[in-house]
Design a protein around this ligand. Sequence first.
Ligand code: ADP
Ligand code: ASP
Ligand code: MG
Length: 444
Amino acid sequence: MKVLKFGGTSVGSAERMKGVNQLINTEELKIQKRIIVLSAMSGTTNTLVQISEQLYAKNYPQAALIITEMELKYRKTIGELYKKDESKEKASNLLDAQFGHIRSLAKERERFSNLKERILLAKGEQLSTAMFQLFLEENGVESVLLDALEFMRIDENSEPEMDFIEEQLKIELEKYPDNLLFITQGYICKNSFGEIDNLKRGGSDYSASLIGAAVNAEEIQIWTDIDGMHNNDPRIVDKTMPVAQLSFDEAAELAYFGAKILHPSTITPAKAKNIPVRLLNTMAPHLKGTVITKDAADTNIKAVAAKDNITMINIRSTRMLLAYGFLRKVFEIFEKYKTSIDMVTTSEVCVSVTIDNIANLEQIINELEEFSSIEVNKNMSIVCVVGDLISERVGYAEEIFSSLSTVSIKMISYGGSKNNVSMLIDTQDKKAALQGLNKGLFKL
Ligand code: ADP
Ligand code: ASP
Ligand code: MG
């Protein structure tokens, strides 16, 4: 079994959906069992977020306008996607039903809620998969549409319930023992209350990896709009190049620290089952892309990434810092508010930590202030250099820091992980930092 995930751009138009049909039905793949995980068409989830924002703000006419524009776009796509009148009619009925439901969620005088928002956000993947499966049907390609809501579930901590996913997916697949091709939605799931939920933005990658782990796939392929993981963020620096091979740990660090090509949690399920993850480009399928496996290919610096919206908290206490138990006291507060810490540094009078989830910042500060004085700095970024054994190799520190000679570094984490050196900087310095590292480390 193989799992192939196609991202927003890869299903972003009628033309692209036709391309996906070719990619999943090559002579080699045709004879294999495969599960195709689709994202929403590009831009759709952003549009659904905008509709929700307007509904929360009770701006009903604006919400209605965005819904109408979105529907027009979909009507145009189905006009281009199908040839036969019968398929066009089926697709039109699908849009009637889905947009009817969207409008019912957007009704004036009915309070918009978090649950309605999550139901709305699921529409993108529900539309793309149904449209794609109808396209396969029109072209005589036999396939089964699996409803991700039947098997993808998260618990009360928003963690995937792996045993449930495995069991339910097995039950679903066993209903179709003779079928080879399955289509399902990325991103969407149910939660512990049985409500519709999602795996957070960019979550289709995570869905693919969870599905791959659940069925013990031989490979998980993430098809996107770029030829694999690049050595640096192509949205920020001009010259970047694909990295041919990464270890699970290296890829996980890059995804966690901002490489948007992968949802931060994608690697975890694949690593647990030792399933290779291949990153490929739908626009250039002949290119090798990146393969992510258990072992790293060589001991080199592979790539850099940056994660924004980081908040630094300096916790100062001359009285207690050196007393044992101080750090435990600090960390317990973060644990209590389910806020994970990315970086930590300590000095004689101060502990500095960084967080990216500031939902409970005020309560955290209040509790910390009971025994220390606090300074908070927002708008920071973590720049992370990833490679095999980089913190154990002689000479890398100098290379990294001399590449950043023009940037003010606020915190450094070196040696905590064998494959990562991370630095905290002001977000306004991010471009200079990534460009400096591109020149210094990769000679690009
Ligand atoms: P999809 O819709 O297929 O999930 P995404 O937009 O989520 O695609 O991810 C692909 C994008 O990630 C690329 O177009 C690129 O701009 C961005 N990206 C950021 N960092 C990297 C990186 N290190 N390597 C490759 N792509 C990256
Ligand atoms: N459609 C969702 C999003 O835009 C999930 C994904 O694309 O991975 O975030
Ligand atoms: Mg993505």
